[in-house]
Design a protein around this ligand. Structure first.
Ligand code: NAP
Length: 331
């Protein structure tokens, strides 16, 4: 495993683990996954040197935090624990109360990284950060982070806190390469961190799915990337991914992760549906892409223009119906 050169305890691993999947109906991995596999995934991740674990109060309406909290019992010092506040009414007393509730579900006395899940369009960060500052003062929160913030708002949040807002967690992958243009260079220059979520584009970049084989859970039934039109449009990107994967004797997913974390300011938090996936993802930390490979993948990513918007609605409705039919057949 590799770690960021940033002054946290413990150091942040460049491959972390996202846990939205834990206890989530939308991912639909079921009871055996929530009760056994998720714990096995976390324990194996710790063995492999993964330190960064990401959850949120909203995942599974608190179940993800509970499952993760139980799984790290006995390993607290080896884990850099990150959770998120859903900022619906983010006035300071609510921010403080939500942090205490998350810590209780996780069974810990300190949140290493407490992130604002989304920018609130109405409440400015000057208000939210008053709550964060109070939480840092009493030691319940270590680092403050944001998520889905533009660069301008990230900087404004930091000014409002009056201290570093360590990280911005954003969608970043070969299917969503935008952060490489602005957030990543900023983080590199200033000692901040970009946390890449959906780094495998929810499995789209694994090469496992195509027009005929589609994932059947509700998260991905609403993800336009999995529509046949976008599978076709991604052919060029997947071809380059294939070439680079062959050159490294690696999988598509591993190269997709290695591409995201090539910058020393970026970490990725892939979710995993099995221990084997977690192991494969953790191993991606060791892959060194050359400058040419990174650039070829970036060019292919920029050329990939997935269909989006109203034109994709009929396809999404069909996918949604197929997902519901699959769920009732499997129930
Ligand atoms: N801040 C935010 O707004 C936000 C939004 C979304 C996610 N997140 C965070 O980011 C984490 C990751 O994002 P995500 O779950 O949306 O997407 P992701 O990590 O890109 O995709 C995860 C899915 O990809 C498949 N997969 C994982 N490893 C694989 C491998 N080695 N080979 C083949 N397939 C593999 C698995 O699905 P199958 O096996 O079922 O195909 C897995 O559930 C979440 O758990 C959450 O913590 C944050």
């Amino acid at each position: 495993m590799r770690y960021l050169d940033i002054d946290t305890v413990p150091k942040i691993s460049t491959i972390g683990l996202g846990t939205w999947q834990f206890g989530s109906r939308q991912w639909g991995y079921g009871t055996p996954y929530a009760e056994r596999e998720s714990r096995a995934i976390v324990r194996r991740a710790i063995e492999l040197g993964v330190t960064l674990f990401d959850t949120a109060e909203v995942y599974g309406l608190g179940r993800s935090e509970r499952i993760l909290g139980q799984a790290i019992e006995g390993y607290r010092d080896e884990v850099f624990l990150a959770t998120k506040l859903l900022p619906l009414v983010p006035v300071p007393p609510v921010v403080e109360q939500r942090a205490v509730a998350s810590a209780n579900r996780l069974g810990v006395r300190r949140l290493d990284l407490y992130q604002v899940h989304q920018p609130n369009p109405l409440v400015p960060d000057t208000v939210i950060m008053r709550g964060m500052r109070a939480l840092q003062r009493v030691g319940l929160v270590g680092e403050v982070g944001v998520s889905n913030y533009t660069l301008a708002r990230w900087k404004a949040a930091e000014e409002a806190l009056g201290a570093r807002v360590l990280s911005n967690q954003v969608r970043f992958s070969l299917a969503a390469p935008g952060p490489a243009d602005d957030l990543v260079p900023y983080a590199e220059r200033t000692g901040h961190v970009v946390i890449a979520y959906s780094p495998l584009a929810q499995g789209f970049l694994s090469g496992r799915y195509d027009g005929a084989t589609r994932p059947r859970n509700s998260v991905r039934a609403f993800n336009t990337l999995f529509l046949p039109v976008n599978q076709k449009r991604a052919a060029g990107l997947l071809r380059v991914l294939h070439e680079v994967a062959d050159a490294h004797d690696a999988t598509f997913a591993q190269v997709a992760l290695a591409w995201v974390i090539r910058s020393r300011a970026v970490v990725a938090i892939p979710g995993a549906s099995s221990v084997a996936q977690l192991e494969s993802n953790a191993a991606a930390a060791e892959i060194d892409l050359s400058e040419d490979e990174w650039q070829a993948l970036r060019d292919a990513a920029v050329r990939f223009r997935p269909a989006a918007g109203p034109a994709t609605l009929p396809g999404l409705v069909r996918a949604r119906l197929a997902a519901s039919a699959g769920a009732s057949a499997g129930a």
